[in-house]
Design a binder for this molecule. Sequence first.
Ligand SMILES: Nc1nc2c(ncn2[C@@H]2O[C@H](COP(=O)(O)OP(=O)(O)OP(=O)(O)O)[C@@H](O)[C@H]2O)c(=O)[nH]1
Ligand SMILES: [Mg+2]
Length: 301
Amino acid sequence: MGIFSRGLSKTRQSFLGRLGTIISGTSDIDEDTWEDVEAILIQADLGVETTKRIMQDLRDRVADDSIKRTEQLQKALKQSLRKLISDPPAANISGRRLSVILIVGVNGSGKTTSIAKLAHRLNNLNNRRVILAAGDTFRAAAIEQLKTWGDRVGVPVVAGQPGSDPAALVYDATAAASARNRDILIVDTAGRLHTNYNLMEELRKIRAVTAKVVADAPHEVWLVIDGTTGQNALQQAKKFKEAVEVTGVIVTKLDGTAKGGMVFAVFQELGLPVQYLGLGEGMEDLVPFRADNFVDSLFED
Ligand SMILES: Nc1nc2c(ncn2[C@@H]2O[C@H](COP(=O)(O)OP(=O)(O)OP(=O)(O)O)[C@@H](O)[C@H]2O)c(=O)[nH]1
Ligand SMILES: [Mg+2]
């Protein structure tokens, strides 16, 4: 069993467990069946809008294919779910001297840990020369946390003093990354609430200074969403999307939740590609998002 399947086991157990009781009955599909399927989707945190869309698609599919029996529903549901998501485009982080990835999100969503995992993946598995910027200057512990990860994965970290201006630090880090011929700079930022105007303004400044050093930077802006926070996270995400032109999403902590349905809602309601999933706390626990794998691991025994 791969990391994808292991990491999603909680979602799978609750999802398939409940679906199993519905479809094991081998009875005819009736209104109760539809209600049960709808309840499962809502509980897995697909959200009301997305659930409605799936139910409609599923009803159409059942009608078109003359599906009558509950045991045929699983395959149809799998197809309906698969249709909602797609593989992300290749990350826009090659083909130039230095590419910049800016990582943003609310407090505690998993930004710094995801950066460490990304650095490990890109630097150690894909042979890209990565460097990190400790753009969360707000907390001393945040700088130390990133430095510790940098040591662990073998990637340099540009850091300043706690309390210093994050935009100035990020400017310096971008210049240093360029001078040191690194391929990819990943910028950590302090967690912030989407409702805090000053902090969102600060994020726009951080964004803007990278472009003073490298044309068109940042090349990717990835929003880190805590997969356990459910529908709440979608509202926050919409604000981030407006404020800093987010280009993709990393959904974290899916190993700790039965609510993996969030991922479908991200596609439907945010219209942003999911680039990676966080499925644990270790440096290996970040997997590129693949739609087939994701749906398969929700249904696999
Ligand atoms: N189980 C699990 N835990 C995770 C995952 N990603 C992050 N965490 C944990 O979540 C906690 C917060 O992670 P951080 O990376 O510090 O989060 P952050 O967004 O940088 O937090 P702030 O900088 O305070 O805003 C840590 O204990 C991480 O180990 C994941 O995919 N799975
Ligand atoms: Mg952090």
